[in-house]
Design a protein around this ligand. Structure first.
Ligand SMILES: Cc1ncc(COP(=O)(O)O)c(C=O)c1O
Length: 365
C-alpha cells in the first residue's frame, strides 16, 4: 500500500537531549516515540489511507462504537537492536496473526499480515533513533490496536475501523526481578470462561483484571494467578503473562504449561519457550496443572521452579504463591537454573546477531 508520510518537521524533532529526558522514565507505556502509523477501514473501501504522522490526540466522536461497546483489539511486540546494530522485530508474523484472530472474535475486519508488517517498518524506520542500543536493558515496545470508529449506538458491528500503531521505549516490566515475583491466586475473580474472550487480546480483558490486581496488592503480591472459571481448580494464566512450572531438575527436568483450551491467551513467548526448551533437550509439556499439584509438588520438592512469561515481562521467576488458604514457595530450589537457561535462550533468540534458523527475527533495514 502507498503510505503518506507526515513526519515531524526536522526542526521540530526532539533533540537528543530532549529524547534523553523523555527516556528518564521508561516504565511500561510512558516514553512514547514521535510518530504513529495509521490505516483506515470502511465497508466500502476496505483498508485504505495508510499514513505515518506525528504522535498526538485523535478526533473522537462521542458515539464511537469502540468507546461504548468495546470493539477494540490490540497486540504487543518488541523491536530490539542486536550488538551488531541490526534492528529486528520478534515474531512479527505471529503477532499479526493473533491480531487477526482477536479481530475475528470481535466481528472486526482482519488487518492483512503484509500491512501489519509495512506499518511496523514505516514506524520503526522513522523513529529509528528511539530503538535502544543492545547494551541497554531496554527495548522498543510496539502497540498495534484496531478499534471501531463508527458513531452509532445500535448494537451491531461498526462499519468503520482504525488501525493504529504506536511505540514506546520500555525497561523490564517488573524492574529488577532477581528475587522473582509473588502471585496471588484469586478466589473472587476469574479471567475467562469457555466460549468467552480469554484467547483474544481485547481491551476489556485488561480493565476487568484491575480489581483482582488490587486484591493481589493488598495481599502483598505483584501479580494475579487465575484459576479456571468452572472448577476453580486449574491454573490458567496471569493478567498479562502465561505460566510455566518445572518438575525435577538437570537433564530430567520437565517444563509444563497449561494447554490452550480457549480461555488462555496463546502467548508468543510461551510458544517460543516451548520450542527453545525442546531444542535444549528438555521435555516440554502442555497439560492441565491443578493448583493442588503446584502446592503438593513444591512441598515434596518435585516442583522445583515456576515462572511467568510474556513480551513485556520476558521470563520472570515466580517466587511465592499466595492463596486465601495459605502460601508457599513456588519452587523448592534456591536457584532457578532452568528458568534462567530459558531466559538466556529467549534473549539470544530476540536480540542475537547469530543465525536465526526459526525465522523469528524480522530485520528492519
Ligand atoms: C493475558 C495475557 N497472557 C499472556 C500474555 C503473553 O503473551 P505474549 O508472550 O504473546 O506477549 C499476554 C501478553 O500479551 C497477555 O496479555
Amino acid at each position: 500500500m502507498a503510505w503518506s508520510r507526515f513526519g515531524v518537521a526536522d526542526s521540530e524533532r526532539l533533540s537528543p537531549s530532549a529524547r534523553a529526558a523523555r527516556l528518564r522514565d521508561c516504565q511500561f507505556g510512558r516514553a512514547f516515540t514521535e510518530h504513529v502509523a495509521t490505516v483506515c477501514w470502511t465497508a466500502e473501501h476496505g483498508w485504505h489511507n495508510a499514513s505515518v504522522r506525528p504522535y498526538g490526540a485523535l478526533p473522537l466522536d462521542p458515539a464511537m462504537v469502540g468507546l461504548h461497546y468495546g470493539q477494540v483489539v490490540f497486540e504487543g511486540l518488541k523491536a530490539c537492536r542486536s550488538p551488531g546494530g541490526q534492528t529486528s522485530v520478534f515474531r512479527m508474523a505471529d503477532h499479526a496473526r493473533r491480531l487477526q484472530r482477536s479481530a475475528r472474535r470481535f466481528s472486526m475486519p482482519e488487518l492483512p499480515e503484509a500491512l501489519f508488517a509495512e506499518s511496523i517498518e514505516e514506524l520503526v524506520r522513522i523513529d529509528r533513533a528511539w530503538v535502544p542500543d543492545a547494551a541497554e536493558d531496554r527495548s522498543l515496545y510496539l502497540r498495534p490496536i484496531v478499534y471501531a470508529e463508527e458513531p452509532h449506538l445500535g448494537l451491531r458491528p461498526s462499519t468503520v475501523y482504525r488501525y493504529l500503531l504506536m511505540a514506546f521505549v520500555t525497561d523490564n516490566f517488573f524492574g529488577a526481578v532477581e528475587d522473582g515475583v509473588s502471585v496471588w491466586v484469586t478466589d473472587t475473580y476469574t479471567r475467562a470462561a469457555v466460549g468467552g474472550t480469554g484467547e483474544a487480546k481485547c481491551a476489556g480483558n485488561y480493565a476487568s483484571g484491575y480489581l483482582a490486581q488490587q486484591e493481589a496488592t493488598e495481599h502483598g503480591c505483584q501479580q494475579v494467578l487465575y484459576l479456571d472459571a468452572k472448577e476453580r481448580r486449574w491454573v490458567e494464566e496471569m493478567g498479562g503473562m502465561n505460566v510455566f512450572v518445572v518438575r525435577g531438575s538437570g537433564a530430567d527436568a520437565e517444563v509444563i504449561t497449561p494447554p490452550l483450551t480457549g480461555t488462555i491467551l496463546p502467548g508468543v513467548t510461551r510458544d517460543s519457550l516451548l520450542t527453545l526448551a525442546r531444542e535444549a533437550g528438555l521435555r516440554a509439556t502442555e497439560r492441565p496443572l491443578a493448583l493442588a499439584e503446584l502446592r503438593d509438588g513444591a512441598a515434596r520438592g518435585e516442583i522445583t521452579e515456576a515462572f511467568a512469561c510474556g513480551t513485556a515481562a520476558g521470563v520472570t521467576r515466580i517466587r511465592r504463591i499466595v492463596t486465601a488458604d495459605g502460601a508457599w514457595d513456588a519452587g523448592s530450589g534456591t536457584d532457578a537454573p532452568i528458568t534462567e537457561r530459558l531466559r538466556v535462550a529467549l534473549v539470544a533468540a530476540q536480540r542475537g546477531d547469530g543465525p536465526d534458523p526459526r525465522g523469528w527475527r524480522h530485520p528492519v533495514r
